[in-house]
Design a protein around this ligand. Structure first.
Ligand SMILES: [Zn+2]
Length: 70
């Protein structure tokens, strides 16, 4: 019997981060995850290095857990 724990993650405590890569200069940028984001999705976003709006590819989506201060 499988005991899945997928639904038990404390989602509200975690902030998903979308990492995307500029197709022009290859620089990686991250921003807070948006619902429609998925890996390999192409987005138009402003690249501070190119100083222009470029096409970016989502390379990873990960969750940054809030660190508890002790
Ligand atoms: Zn760029």
């Amino acid at each position: 019997m499988l005991r899945g724990s997928k639904e038990e993650l404390p989602r509200q405590l975690a902030t998903p981060i979308t990492v995307m890569k500029c197709e022009v200069c290859g620089t990686e940028h991250s921003r807070p995850h948006q619902e429609q984001d998925f890996v390999f999705k192409k987005l138009k976003s402003f690249c501070p290095k190119c100083n222009a709006e470029t096409e970016m590819v989502v390379v990873s989506i990960h969750v940054e857990e809030k660190k508890q201060k002790t």
